[in-house]
Design a protein around this ligand. Structure first.
Ligand SMILES: [Zn+2]
Length: 203
């Protein structure tokens, strides 16, 4: 798409139209006439932009991507299910997880709505309360801390690691009190799901 935008005539027209739209932003219009004027100029650019972005080539590609994405996402859930005997895998999913402001930016994340939806279709899903699961030690239920690290001569919080700092905790005594942030919250969610299933709230 980038190549087409730079080389093809319709792409160049779209580029020009986008520049005009960027110059005439409505948010900085200071009175009604300017606002109306800018609005009209933006509306004039519509055909050029639409002609470029909705060509059959791009539309076909868009449909293909949507279809492939659905297949891949279904496959993730189904493959996981097939690793276990039938009807034994219960996936505990947090009730919030819409995935906004996430730290794993480019990677495929198992959060949001789609994971819940496909799991519900293909295997057993258990919706779990995920409050405080990433900031509580699974052994002693005390608040965890993040260690500090030295980068470029500055002390920074290492947010990827979680440590339990409670001296009476079992994992602290064993000198195994540091966990990955994701594994810690996964353990906490699993414990909470167990409590939900057995009506024995251990966590
Ligand atoms: Zn602990």
């Amino acid at each position: 798409m980038k190549y087409d935008k730079a080389k093809s005539p319709s792409g160049q027209a779209a580029q020009q139209a986008e520049t005009i739209v960027a110059e005439n932003t409505l948010s900085t219009a200071f009175n009604l006439e300017t606002f109306q004027d800018r609005y009209d100029r933006i509306r004039e650019q519509t055909p050029a932009i639409r002609a470029f972005y909705h060509q059959p080539k791009f539309e076909r590609r868009r449909r293909l991507i949507a279809w492939r994405t659905k297949l891949v996402k279904t496959k993730i859930v189904v493959e996981k299910k097939r690793q276990h005997p039938q009807k034994t895998l219960i996936q505990a999913i947090g009730h919030a997880g819409t995935g906004t402001g996430t730290r794993i930016k480019g990677h495929l994340r198992l959060g949001g709505k789609w994971h819940r939806q496909f799991t519900r279709q293909h295997s057993i899903a258990l919706i779990t309360n995920e409050a405080r699961t990433s900031m509580v030690c699974p052994y002693c239920r005390e608040r965890i801390i993040h260690p500090r690290k030295l980068t470029m001569g500055k002390r920074k919080l290492n947010l990827g690691t979680s440590c339990c700092a409670n001296p009476n905790c079992a994992c602290y005594k064993e000198c195994k009190n540091s966990f990955g942030r994701d594994t810690l919250s996964a353990t906490c969610i699993a414990l909470r799901a167990y409590g939900q299933l057995t009506k024995d709230p251990i966590f």
